[in-house]
Design a protein around this ligand. Structure first.
Ligand code: LM2
Ligand code: CA
Length: 511
């Protein structure tokens, strides 16, 4: 027994599954394409006070500058070197962000693009965010440096050098994904260069990494890189803390490469989550919210303690990657808020909230031809995230994480942390409700008729403020009030035409 207690204690500091968020903070937010100076401010003025645990940032390293199309967001997935030098800012700004965010208990998770460098087709030169010389034809990347033998050209066994067959695991790992030069992570030199980059960031104070395209890296190579990583900076983390790892693996169930191959090295992105939840909330394929009764592993999702979950990500919110039109995004705000609300209320998985910018979405034959658009910018320079009087964002930034319903559900998740799912109710259709022990309760009406019923909430007697329609401010509620009687029951009414057809209450929203 003692031995197991010791093991689980060590696990808290050591495992790459531990997100290292401050006590009781249970969600992170992806501030896609934000500048470091804006993230630093956001940590202090908004994320810390509202209980966000951390930020996933866009790749901080030097990347190819693409002018045709004009500075697409995806140029950041074409590394030129590991210098911290991108449209989001320079190394000084990066250090300042990490320090200021950590000082208010908000962690930074770096999107680490380590599977590949830029594409084969571009001209040699210095057209990159930091001006390092590179020659994709000879495979020279002077800023690292890498040269020909550091790439997988000799290991890839497809005719074209591209991944031609996604059912061949060796091709997926050793061949090029859309012409991106594939790094030979089997080599100690390459592992060392990648680990040096990650250690540089760890020493600055980041809490962990999202490993981009992890499916395209052999699990053994990921392990070998992780083995070279430093412990986290003891200025902010307990001695012996290991970097937290989120691996971008797309396995929709039938893939020859299984998510489970990556369970030994960290958390894994669960793409089935957003696809299934989007389908249910859109009521496509005959799905109903009532079927969410056994949401989680019961739906074929990976084990909860290995899953990084999200309603949408930077790829599938704009038709890249997997999920297609099932994915809910800010463009479908009403359904999106319900989906994010459900995710944050439900105990399954470690949750990531998406925060986006607007782009001129334009569909031709079902495809968004503008899905390459980069962040709001002036001649390529990313615009500041300005804050309006009503706390929303300006300058083209969506800031879903600042929407009251989403911000308050992050707080809800923190309040109910560790509590089991309880008191599930459904009407056999799209009206469902559930609690989290005696700490919180949520009710959804996604049917085309009103919900009016008495439900067992599991909560102590009192008057509660619905955190979806309003806020508890100075002991008063700006939204709907819910009366829970001594036996835990409460009456709920939700019109199907309500702006937000769901209600959430928790012990800290009690008046
Ligand atoms: C990821 N996860 O595993 C990222 O989430 C995803 O955003 C990245 O693709 C991908 N892996 C590689 O890091 C994005 C984007 C692609 C884009 C690549 C590289 O979704 O469309 O590919 O970044 O910039 C682009 C062009 C593509 C072209 C390729 C190379 O869209 O048409 O292929 O560059 O030239 C010929
Ligand atoms: Ca690879």
């Amino acid at each position: 027994m003692k031995f197991f207690l010791l093991l689980s204690f060590i696990g808290i500091c050591w495992a790459q599954y531990e997100p290292h968020t401050e006590n009781g903070r249970t969600a992170i937010v992806h501030l896609f394409e934000w500048r470091w100076v804006d993230i630093a401010k956001e940590c202090e003025r908004y994320l810390a006070p509202n209980g966000f645990g951390g930020v996933q940032i866009s790749p901080p390293n030097e990347n190819l500058v693409i002018n045709n199309p004009s500075r697409p967001w995806w140029e950041r997935y074409q590394p030129i070197s590991y210098k911290i030098c991108s449209r989001s800012g320079n190394e000084d700004e990066f250090r300042d962000m990490v320090t200021r965010c950590n000082n208010v208990g908000v962690r930074i998770y770096v999107d680490a693009v380590i599977n590949h460098m830029t594409q084969e087709g571009v001209q040699a030169g210095t057209s990159s965010t930091c001006g390092s010389y590179f020659n994709p034809q000879t495979r020279e990347f002077s800023g690292v440096p890498f040269s020909g033998s550091d790439f997988n050209d000799g290991n890839c066994r497809s005719a074209s050098g591209e991944i031609e067959n996604y059912n061949d695991p060796a091709q997926v790992r050793d061949c090029r994904m859309s012409y991106l030069l594939d790094l030979a992570l089997g080599k100690d030199y390459v592992r060392t260069k990648v680990a040096d980059y990650m250690n540089h960031l760890i020493d600055i104070g980041v809490a962990g990494f999202r490993i981009d395209a992890a499916k395209h890296i052999w699990p053994g190579d990921i392990q070998a890189v992780l083995d070279k990583l430093h412990n986290l900076n003891t200025k902010w983390f307990p001695q012996g803390s290991r970097p937290s790892i989120i691996q971008e693996v797309v396995d929709l169930g039938g893939d020859v490469i299984k998510s489970s191959e990556y369970f030994g090295t960290g958390l894994v992105t669960e793409f089935k989550y957003g696809i299934s939840l989007g389908t249910v909330i859109r009521k496509w394929n005959g799905e109903k919210m009532a079927y969410l009764r056994n949401w989680g592993e019961g739906w074929g999702l990976i084990p909860s303690d290995r899953a990084l979950v999200f309603v949408d990500n930077h790829d599938n919110q704009r038709g890249h990657g997997v999920g297609g039109s099932t994915i809910l995004t800010f463009w479908d705000a009403r359904l999106y808020k319900m989906a994010v609300g459900f995710m944050l209320a439900h105990p399954y998985g470690f949750t990531r909230v998406m925060s986006s910018y607007y782009w001129p979405r334009y569909f031709e034959n079902g495809n968004d031809i503008n899905n390459w658009f980069g962040p709001p910018n002036d001649n390529g320079a990313t615009k500041e995230v300005t804050i309006n009087a009503d706390t929303t964002c300006g300058n083209g930034w969506v800031c879903e994480h600042r929407w009251r319903q989403i911000r308050n559900m992050v707080a809800f998740r923190n309040v109910v942390n560790g509590q089991p799912l309880s008191n599930w109710w459904d009407n056999g259709s799209n009206q469902v409700a559930f609690g989290r022990g005696n700490k919180g309760f949520i009710v959804f009406n996604n049917d085309d008729w009103s919900l009016s019923t008495t439900l067992q909430t599991g909560l102590p007697e009192g008057t509660y403020c619905d955190v979806i329609s309003g806020d508890k401010i100075d002991g008063n509620c700006t939204g709907i009030k819910v009366y829970v009687s001594g036996d835990g029951n409460a009456q709920f009414f939700i019109s199907n035409t309500a702006g937000d057809p769901f209600i959430a209450i928790h012990v800290e929203s009690k008046l």
